[in-house]
Design a protein around this ligand. Structure first.
Ligand code: FE
Length: 256
């Protein structure tokens, strides 16, 4: 069982991309992954998660950076396992929270929260800018699975944070940190993608966008990390899957 495996995925001395680990709590059916980017003196948290993982994530973050230096928190979408800890984070950091404009007015329902801390991201995507001019690219990935869904590319580390795209669900005690053989990995990703992703139209659209980026690793919000080769194999699989409304009859149980 994975338990708080913290791994530095990229480090060039002034820019780091850190996997903060993953832990299966008894209430969870699948554990969540959290990530921290540190660029010089600025920290960025990616999908730091729900209320119940907050103490562990907080403890991991402070191993690497002072909380006062966390300036940006990015959410791929509105799900509780992604963002329900928002009011807790707001009490310990002085950061801006980036999320699709579609979810801006929903976030306060996780607790009392000032909207001036939220940076609503337009449908076409956006950027997170560091003080020295370097930036992270927010890429639209709508309907994969959320209606207003965003992922994030870090050009310095060449890592794509993909949120729920590429998520794997392992049987208990068989969790892996990296995808090894992609064909053998399909059984851990197929069910989730077929039901949660909205349609092949959305998958193809995203594949056509992310092919333009030079991606060395893809890191999802649950399950194993993809290195370059496995990512390329995933992308071929992903742009051809039938999912969501493509499978509406079998989902409703009245397949012809
Ligand atoms: Fe989700």
């Amino acid at each position: 069982m994975l338990n708080n495996n913290v791994i530095t995925l990229f480090d060039n001395g002034e820019h780091k991309f850190i996997f903060l680990g993953s832990e299966r709590k008894s209430i969870e059916s699948i554990p969540t992954n959290q990530y921290l980017i540190i660029h010089k003196e600025e920290g960025v948290l990616l999908d730091p998660g729900g209320v119940h993982v907050f103490p562990r994530v907080l403890a991991s973050v402070v191993e690497f950076i002072d909380l006062g230096k966390i300036k940006h928190i990015f959410y791929t979408h509105q799900d509780p396992d992604v963002s329900s800890g928002i009011t807790l984070w707001d009490t310990v950091v002085d950061a801006k929270f980036y999320i699709s404009k579609l979810w801006e007015r929903f976030l306060p329902h996780f607790g009392v929260f000032k909207n001036d801390k939220i940076v609503p991201i337009e449908d076409k995507g956006g950027k997170i800018k560091f003080k020295d001019g370097e930036e992270l690219i927010i890429i639209p990935a709508h309907f994969l699975h959320s209606t207003g869904n965003l992922i994030l590319y870090d050009p310095l580390s060449k890592i794509l944070f993909s949120g729920d795209i590429g998520v794997s669900v392992f049987p208990k005690n068989q969790e892996k940190i990296y995808v090894e053989n992609f064909n053998e990995h399909i059984k851990y990703i197929e069910e989730f993608h077929k039901r949660y992703m909205s349609s092949n139209i959305a998958c193809k659209k995203l594949a056509s966008i992310i092919k333009k980026y030079d991606i060395d690793q893809m890191v999802p919000q649950h399950g194993a990390i993809y290195k370059k080769q496995q990512f390329n194999e995933f992308l071929k699989w992903f742009e051809n899957i039938k999912c969501g409304i493509d499978l509406i009859d079998s989902i409703y149980g009245n397949e012809k």
